[in-house]
Design a binder for this molecule. Sequence first.
Ligand code: C2E
Ligand code: CA
Ligand code: CA
Length: 641
Amino acid sequence: MSEGLLQKFGSFSPVGDLLTLIICILLMHLLIQTFITKDSNFKAFCGMLGFVALAAVFDLIFHTLLASDNMPVFLIYATRMISRFCLFGTFILYVYYFGNLLELPKKTKKTFNAVSILISSLLLLGDILGSVFGYGFTVDYSSHSYTGGFNFLAIGLLLNICILGFMLTRYKERLVFQILQGVMGSYVLCIIIHIIQGLHHQTSFTISIFILPIIALMYLLHSNPYDTETGAIHASSFTKMILDAHSKNRELMIISLHVQDFDKNAYLLRDMHSMVYNFYSKCVKKGTLFRLHGDRLVLVYRIDQNPNYEETNRALVEAFTPLYEKLKLKFKAVFVKSESKLSENNSYPDLFKYIEPKCEPNNFYTVTEDDILNFTRRLYIISELRDIEEKMDLDDPRVIVYCQPVFNVSSGAYDTAEALMRMELPDTGFLFPDMFIPVAEQTDLIHPLSLIILNKTCKVIHNMLENGFHVHRISINFSIQEVRDENFCRDILRIIEQNNIPYEKVAIELTESRNTTDFNMVKAKIYELKEKGILFYLDDFGTGYSNFDRIMELPFDIIKFDRSLVIESGKDKTSEYMVHTFADMFHKLNYRVLYEGVEDTADEARCIRMFAQYLQGYKYSKPIPIAQLENFFSKVNISPL
Ligand code: C2E
Ligand code: CA
Ligand code: CA
């Protein structure tokens, strides 16, 4: 035979297969670089690319053999069959990938996979038998020709598109419309190329059309996760990596680097990129760097790959020191080992924010077990606070009113008290305010708690008044941020009215605000409530900042001298004179003075010398459940409300 079979037909060029092979290698490289978690999607992609690449290689061999003289027919059939086998394998993987992507129930996924395996196997078998029985691909050396026969591959492609089309339309609500459109578009393109190639009696691009949907999927669903400025990976991939490691029970070391004004200094970004990258790749085996937001970089590495993680961290610190000195960075670095309670919902970004105030500037901090315990308790408290806000039950049993009776110097009796909040949560038990009030204030969840305290206190006032107790009023603490809420006055008046008690039985304690912008608004709200008869206490006078002009401008009735002033006044004569002078001034301006934290008779005597109208402190009573207030208050002649 002088000429190969290929010459007879002249319809094949190796360009298509070579291009396919190159694209597969390129895509494989991209996959390895950009897939942060080597999950089942990653494996499916690798499988698909591997199959298409193999199909291209065997297609090339097949056509080369076909074009050569005196090649054993068996080899021609075998290489063609392997190439077909790989393409049918790709069909199966497409279906497997979409089953994962659409998060189909396990059973449904299995059914789809089984159907695609069955169809592909039958078609492949049909193709092989076609060659045996003559209705498929056959080579005839005697006439120097071959016939394509029945096109099982085209049927496979059509059926595959039908299955995927069915999956995508049946579960379309599980995928964004644009993605659906993009994926289906790539399949339509496949069919068009196949038809055009058929019209031109070509077979060169049969294999290459199989990579189009892969490219579409990689771009639409798994596009570049890198931050182009730093080379770090985006935050969403961080969550993915944490959840993936959690599901595989894999321990991670997570290191946060918070650099002040990192995103404002463009020159830092350029320098940091290569330096940070070089620095950590020297110390850590297979670390991944993420950029969580503007100025936080997080380095994650696997502990099983770096078992001496303490040493690794030490090396990191050593390598980082000259770097930050050179760049004059202001940073805080936090090291934490993954913990399943934190990994579950990826709470690390919040953990870093919680820990950083504890870390000295330009220093490194290793998170302790206690830190994690405190932090998870805080998360739990926040979730309970959210639940309280959502349910908004004014009798919520988780919020408890304690009370401290206040001694009235002129009447010599207890007729006022301060309501103090406590909480009782299923997992933590009884909680003091320092455990939850700062958290509630930071998360803007304090107002519902205050309203519950107000409601429960009003109820007790109502009952005590009905039982003939002489209750002048009970003061309730509000945070200044609550006053800013536009519904503040309405909420308070509504609850007092619902409990059917006079407005003046409730007083409000506020601590000064340093915020100058909302001063007038706060003032207006205070006046509105004061008009109804509600008294106002200035809480914690003497702590930190005291702006007399501002205090005088707000219509406070009672000034609460903080316990620190009571202690201070007991130190020496000069200190007593100072506190005495303040008290004298308020007294002369018609404010009433209350001393907080009076613990013994000496405190009491001194406070009385310093114009005390009211005294509050452990000397009289520690905070008690509000139901016990009756033990302190006296009964007067029973009179109706
Ligand atoms: P505060 O308003 O200054 O409350 C007085 C605190 O001093 C109370 O602490 C009380 O138990 C404590 N105390 C009273 N007498 C003495 C004493 O003789 N010696 C000493 N060493 N301490 C005394 P508590 O109940 O732990 O409350 C702490 C803080 O939590 C309160 O300080 C207040 O700022 C906040 N808080 C409590 N309840 C509420 C509330 O319902 N709403 C808001 N926004 N804050 C509240
Ligand atoms: Ca108070
Ligand atoms: Ca106070």
